[in-house]
Design a protein around this ligand. Structure first.
Ligand SMILES: NC(=S)c1ccno1
Length: 238
């Protein structure tokens, strides 16, 4: 997969693209991520990327020209990207969308900033995406959240596919089970005996029960939804 990011603050991505699982995936060539400074696509000597809103009002709006120039330049060759725009009022990002996006060969993420982008930029956009109902100083952090959730799903990026399977939200949207590691007792808190038993069937059923219990406690609507769709087994319903 290739991802092109358009932003006025490229430096925000430096650590994200160098460290951890994402950094390794990029350095090993499993995925390609290119961050582009929208200012590099301006033509004036002050490299202006924003302007006051028509009709008045607070703040500044990202101008269309530099973004269109960037899009035209970056899409001259190769597959056309699926274009996302990160904005607070976009479609809510979730694991289902992450899975869908992970199957695209190429993405472009336009990071909103200031009061937002000129509305005409949206003629380039396939999906406006929000990571939550709150307003940030810009769309760069949402872009990193989306890239993290999407890139980890690319085959070969996560060493152990098992951890993908055990993800929260990956089994019918159920929350993940509790995890423990050594020591077996820490400050009087013991690891559940079943996890020390070596009995894989019992461990699996304990994990399933914990996952259902946690989902029922924290996200009962997910259980109701699965019940309505007939996606819970008889045992799980008991
Ligand atoms: N909630 C999102 S995605 C956002 C983008 C910019 N500000 O908030």
């Amino acid at each position: 997969m290739r991802i092109d990011v358009l932003t006025v603050l490229p430096g925000l991505f430096d650590c994200f693209l160098k460290e951890g699982v994402i950094g390794k995936a990029i350095s090993s060539g499993k995925v390609e991520v290119k961050v582009h400074n929208i200012r590099d696509f301006t033509t004036d000597k002050h490299r202006v990327v924003d302007d006051v809103p028509y009709g008045g009002g607070p703040g500044m709006v990202l101008k269309p020209e530099p973004i269109f120039r960037a899009y035209d330049e970056l899409t001259k060759e190769g597959e056309k990207p699926y274009v996302l725009l990160t904005e607070p009022w976009g479609e809510k990002f979730n694991q289902e969308m992450a899975v869908e996006l992970s199957k695209k060969p190429r993405l472009m993420i336009i990071c909103g900033r200031y009061e937002g982008v000129d509305e005409r930029v949206k003629s380039l956009v396939d999906r406006e995406v929000s990571i939550g109902d709150y307003v940030l100083t810009g769309g760069e952090l949402p872009a990193m959240v989306i890239m993290d959730a999407v890139l980890r799903l690319i085959p070969g990026v996560l060493g152990n596919l098992e951890s993908l399977r055990a993800d929260s939200f990956s089994d019918r949207g159920l929350l993940g089970y509790p995890n423990y590691t050594r020591p077996a007792e820490f400050r009087g808190m013991k690891v559940p005996e079943v996890l020390l038993s070596g009995h894989h069937k019992k461990i699996e059923s304990w994990r399933k029960e914990q996952s259902l219990r946690k989902t029922l406690e924290r996200r009962p609507e997910i259980i109701e939804n699965l019940k309505r769709k007939g996606l819970l087994t008889k045992e799980e319903l008991e």
